[in-house]
Ligand binder design. Structure first.
Ligand code: SF4
Length: 327
């Protein structure tokens, strides 16, 4: 029996007006994805590929121009103000920058209690108890209640952000580059905390990062984005063991491999990510693709499904590339 996805998006399109006001920036060009309860879906790609726009569109913090979003089976885009407010208790966003997302004038106790106050949950005493619990849960301890954000390190601030995000017992957390502003030595502590909370609280994650190594570590499945499109998606190990799309192959080849026996040949991509104001025709990756063919300049490739490592698995390994026969 298949499990109903907690979140399902089909053909999401988002355009923004271009800087000169005459054109449009195509931030998302038909993104589809699905997230099962308890799963972590990693979204990876270079800065500017549309990952953060996707996070905001999935939560309706930014309205999409086209496409459908189903949250727990219901048409999320049709939710009115009251239904949206209720649904927002179940979905939270953790941003990249713990410095910017905490109000420096508020003490930690008020910051973590804020969602409880907004949603009118509990009274002063019960909220204080809950905040102490949350701070213990993220490894800070209740002494943090009376302190200000500037009295904490970057990693500790991200713990405060996470405590606030789980205050309403959400079912879905979208983490947008949650460790990229932190020192490498602190990153793994925060990743371990997120993994621990997922298990203890039964969370589902969409985990967004430009760092493929981090995404591999965190995710059950991965979607690789390039210029507003998903170009490959697969179960995480499968994607890393047998990437099919030349862009994914290049990203994986750049991950440092400590074992010299397993060292990969680095695929260096020519040029930068093109501007979403003027995406290349055909396959948008063709100007940088080491395997581009004439057809790639003209036609966007259809999807190809590859036999999965585990037959019958619900999540296909799928890539959009002319190197493979469509279907
Ligand atoms: Fe490269 Fe062509 Fe495949 Fe695009 S469709 S990734 S240009 S081979």
């Amino acid at each position: 029996m298949s499990v109903r996805p907690i979140l399902e998006a089909q053909d999401l399109v988002k355009r923004f007006p271009s800087r000169d006001g005459h054109g449009a920036i195509q931030a998302l060009s038909g993104v589809s994805l699905s997230l099962s309860p308890g799963e972590t879906l990693g979204i990876v790609g270079e800065s500017g590929c549309g990952k953060s726009t996707l996070a905001r569109v999935l939560l309706r913090l930014t309205e999409p121009d086209e496409g459908t979003i189903r949250f727990d089976g219901a048409d999320f885009r049709a939710f009115g103000v009251a239904a949206l407010r209720r649904a927002r208790r179940d979905m939270q966003l953790v941003f990249q920058d713990p410095y910017a997302s905490l109000d420096p004038r508020l003490k930690v106790g008020s910051i973590v209690a804020e969602p409880l106050v907004i949603h009118r949950i509990g009274d002063r005493t019960s909220r204080r108890r809950r905040v102490a619990e949350l701070l213990e849960l993220v490894g800070l301890g209740s002494d943090a209640i009376g302190l200000y954000p500037h009295e904490f390190s970057g990693g500790q601030r991200q713990r405060i952000v996470i405590a606030r995000a789980i205050a309403l017992e959400p079912r879905l957390v979208i983490a947008d580059e949650p460790v990229s502003a932190l020192d490498v030595s602190i990153q793994s502590q925060i990743l371990n905390l997120l993994t621990d909370l997922k298990q203890r609280l039964g969370l589902s994650y969409i985990f967004i990062s430009h760092d493929l190594g981090v995404v591999h570590h965190m995710s059950d499945r991965v979607a690789v984005m390039y210029l507003g499109r998903v170009v490959e998606t697969a179960p995480s190990d499968r994607l890393f063991d047998a990437p099919r799309h030349p862009y994914t192959q290049a990203l994986i080849s750049a991950i440092p491999e400590p074992d010299p026996e397993r060292a990969r040949r680095r695929i260096v991509l020519a040029g930068d990510l093109p501007s979403p104001e003027a995406p290349p025709p055909g396959c948008p990756f063709h100007p940088r693709c080491p395997q581009a063919m004439p057809v790639c300049r003209e036609t966007f490739p259809a999807a190809t499904d590859f036999a999965d490592a585990s037959p019958g698995a619900p999540d296909p390994h799928r890539a959009w590339c002319h190197l493979y026969p469509a279907g």
